[in-house]
Design a protein around this ligand. Structure first.
Ligand code: NAI
Ligand code: FMN
Length: 172
């Protein structure tokens, strides 16, 4: 009896993975930090609620990003979910802009651990990075939520098919 070994399936192409991910609508955030590693922030769609006891979010950050050393050195982190009126901030924090210019475009308060909290965000989660895990190109930061701020009801900013969209509040 022959026991032919199934040929290994070729690794999924990065392009195919990204094309499929582009079909998933995601909320847009500006994730900020400050501390011994300096002030930094980047645009993120890879943010997820993990647990409400204790309240925990996760944020995935590419270790090749210019902001990575700051997030690696700091404990304070704030997840700011953007409203549709804040697309310009998403563009600025999406890369290639000097850090001072990114922060000059918004108005900020200071969170409990020192992270910049965006005024007028749809919602802000002031956090301490509690745990880190490296997966492939990214570091997954598990963030203990210390305080939240909820903004005025606004249209949400959604990233879908490589473009920004405004998601209106539901009709009553
Ligand atoms: N999770 C991440 O690290 C994300 C990174 N980006 C970066 O922003 C830039 C523009 O992206 P797009 O215009 O959406 O076109 P794209 O083709 O680079 O990305 C399409 C989708 O694939 C996913 N993706 C992209 N890069 C990824 C990465 N390195 N790791 C895991 N998932 C990734 C995201 O869901 C993204 O919306 C690119 O440089 C991209 O790498 C964008 C979205 C998420
Ligand atoms: C809509 C959007 C979502 C993004 N989401 C993520 C993310 O979840 N994680 C990540 O590491 N980078 C993400 N990026 C890319 C970072 O924002 C970008 O790499 C970061 O600003 C650092 O760029 P720099 O290295 O030029 O400073 C996203 C970019 C865009 C435009």
């Amino acid at each position: 009896m022959s026991s032919a070994v199934e040929p290994r399936r070729a690794a999924l192409a990065k392009r195919d993975f990204r094309d499929a991910m582009a079909r998933i609508g995601a909320a847009v955030h500006v994730v900020t930090t400050d501390g011994p590693g300096g002030r930094a922030g980047f645009t993120a769609s890879a943010v997820c609620s993990v647990s409400d006891e204790p309240p925990t979010l996760l944020v995935c950050l590419n270790r090749a990003a210019s902001v990575y050393p700051a997030f690696a050195a700091n404990e304070a982190l704030c997840v700011n979910a953007l409203g549709a009126h804040q697309q310009a901030l998403a563009d600025l924090f999406g890369g290639r802009t000097p850090m001072d210019e990114r922060f000059a475009a918004g108005r900020w308060a200071t969170g409990l651990g020192g992270a910049p909290v965006l005024l007028d965000a749809a919602a802000s989660f002031d956090c301490r990075i509690a745990q880190r895990s490296v997966v492939g190109t990214h570091e997954v930061m598990f963030c203990a939520v210390l305080a939240v701020t909820v903004g005025e009801a606004a249209h949400a900013l959604v990233y879908f098919e490589r473009r920004y969209h405004a998601l209106p509040t539901a009709m009553r």
